[in-house]
Design a protein around this ligand. Structure first.
Ligand code: ZN
Length: 67
């Protein structure tokens, strides 16, 4: 695997919170995420995204490991 550059923008995956199907690969900014959590008490995740399996918008959870 190629060594990813270490920066605030971290690659992450999103999976459906209802059926657990892996849905999206995205990036998030770790620094902004921490600031957001301190300021608002909650972060970016879960995100409301469309799930192909459920065929509706569901809350998507962050997954640490990318396949
Ligand atoms: Zn789903």
């Amino acid at each position: 695997m190629a060594k990813a550059k270490k920066g605030p923008r971290q690659p992450t995956g999103l999976k459906c919170g209802q059926c657990g199907a892996f849905g999206y690969i995205t990036e998030y900014n770790k620094t902004n995420e921490q600031l957001k959590q301190q300021r608002d008490g909650q972060g970016t995740f879960p995100l409301r995204k469309y799930c192909k399996v459920c065929r509706q918008h569901t809350d998507h959870q962050q997954v640490k490991k990318l396949k």
